[in-house]
Design a binder for this molecule. Structure first.
Ligand SMILES: O=C(O)CCC(=O)C(=O)O
Ligand SMILES: [Fe+2]
Length: 209
C-alpha cells in the first residue's frame, strides 16, 4: 500500500468559491503539527469589551505574522507575534496546495484559534476588516476534533449550512465569501482539542500608528 499523502478536494460552493481540501499532511505528520502548536505557542485569552465590561473570549488565540501586518480586531490594534517555524511550514503547505489547485495566494498573517473542547467557540462574523481588502481570500486549516463551521447568507437568499472541518483539512474561502456570508463555530457537545489557523493577507501599514 502506498504511504504518499493524498489530498482530496471538494467544491462546496462555486459562487462565491468555497473549497474543502482533506488530507493536507497525512498522518502521522498532522498529529505532530497539532501537538507542536498546542505545546509551543504562547496561547492567549484576550478580553473583549462588551457594554463597558471586559469578558474573556471563549477560546484561546494568537495573532501571528510579519511585522507590517498590523491588524484591528474587535476595535483593538494588534501587532502580530513573529512567525513560528511550524506555522511557516503550514503556511507554505497551504500555498502549494492552493497552487496545485490553480489558485495563487499569499499570506502575511494568521489568526490561530485554540478550542479546548466543544464549549469553546467563535460567534457570528465575517472576516471583512478593511485591512483585508475588498475581496479577501482566506485559507482556514483545521487540526484536531472535527467540528462544523456554520455559514449563513447575509441577504437570507439561501439556507444556512454546516461545513464539517475534519482534522488535517483546509477550507478555502474565496473572494466574495466574507462579503456575502457570515460564519461561526458554535458550541457543540464534542470533547477534545481543536486548533484552527486562518491565513490572511493584511495590507501592510507604513511606519508609526
Ligand atoms: O475555528 C475556525 O474554524 C473558525 C475561525 C475563524 O472564523 C477565524 O479565525 O476568523
Ligand atoms: Fe472567521
Amino acid at each position: 500500500m502506498s504511504t504518499t499523502k493524498t489530498c482530496q478536494r471538494v467544491t462546496l460552493l462555486n459562487s462565491p468559491l468555497l473549497i474543502l481540501f482533506t488530507g493536507l499532511h497525512g498522518e502521522p505528520a498532522a498529529a505532530q503539527v497539532l501537538a507542536r502548536l498546542d505545546r509551543e505557542l504562547a496561547w492567549q485569552r484576550p478580553t473583549l469589551r462588551l457594554y463597558g465590561r471586559e469578558h474573556p473570549i471563549p477560546r484561546r488565540q494568537l495573532w501571528m505574522g510579519s511585522p507590517e501586518a498590523r491588524y484591528r480586531y474587535s476595535g483593538r490594534d494588534f501587532l502580530p507575534e513573529p512567525w513560528h517555524p511550524a506555522v511557516t511550514a503550514l503556511r507554505d503547505r497551504v500555498v502549494s496546495t492552493l497552487a496545485d489547485a490553480g489558485t495563487r495566494a499569499r499570506f502575511n498573517s494568521v489568526l490561530l484559534n485554540r478550542y479546548a473542547n466543544g464549549e469553546e467557540r467563535m460567534g457570528w462574523h465575517s472576516d471583512d476588516e478593511p485591512e483585508l481588502g475588498p475581496a479577501p481570500l482566506i485559507a482556514a486549516v483545521s487540526l484536531g476534533v472535527e467540528r462544523p463551521l456554520r455559514f449563513r447568507w447575509k441577504d437570507r437568499s439561501g439556507e444556512a449550512f454546516n461545513v464539517w472541518l475534519p482534522h488535517d483539512s483546509l477550507l478555502l474561502m474565496g473572494p466574495g465569501v466574507q462579503e456575502r456570508l457570515q460564519h461561526a463555530l458554535l458550541p457543540r457537545r464534542l470533547p477534545g482539542l481543536r486548533i484552527s489557523l486562518t491565513f490572511r493577507w493584511v495590507a501592510p501599514t507604513m511606519g508609526g500608528a
